[in-house]
Design a binder for this molecule. Sequence first.
Ligand code: FMN
Length: 193
Amino acid sequence: MSETLDLLHKRRSVVALNMTEPGPTKDDLEAILRAGMRVPDHGKLSPWRFVIIEGDARLTLGRVLADVFRAGNSGIEQERVEFEAARFARAPVVVCVVSRAQEHAKIPQWEQVLSAGAVCQNMLVAASALGYASQWLTEWYAYDATVQKALGLDGGEKVAGFIYLGTAKEAPQERVRPEFDDVVQHWKDPAAS
Ligand SMILES: Cc1cc2nc3c(=O)[nH]c(=O)nc-3n(C[C@H](O)[C@H](O)[C@H](O)COP(=O)(O)O)c2cc1C
């Protein structure tokens, strides 16, 4: 089996809480981003872009999460608020993949959104190939307008995912996968039977 196929068959996410330093080097992060950029993209629209959250920026942006969370949950314990503040700091590097799908005369928005999903998956595969832990998360803050504004999203842009990148504290266990025959069927002409 080729190395690539082996990686695709065995890739696993590592939950962000199980990540630690080191994160990707500058060159490795660029390689992961370039893998993300090289996805099928109907019409060459690049209907996605990237926002890198690393270093102190993780906690600065985390304060926005904490403030939004506190404002929406009166009486919440301070410990929980601090958990929100530290969300991005669970991993050394977090990349926000932004979907910027637009109305287009020929290319349906749906296809542009799918392309952003492919970006996220390519990044996970590239990170795994380089030996890094990765996880694709949205959690609550991907959908929060205040957080989106703080990230610099324009109207109409959406978070396709936060790609958390780091090193696994421990190897992840295997996860239940669908049975092949439950999800794979051959099309049969209903008129033929
Ligand atoms: C768009 C998208 C958003 C996700 N958001 C979350 C999330 O917010 N929280 C979570 O626990 N898993 C989330 N996941 C699932 C994980 O990324 C991951 O798939 C899961 O932990 C299983 O690991 P695996 O990649 O090894 O199958 C999301 C997956 C996708 C595709």
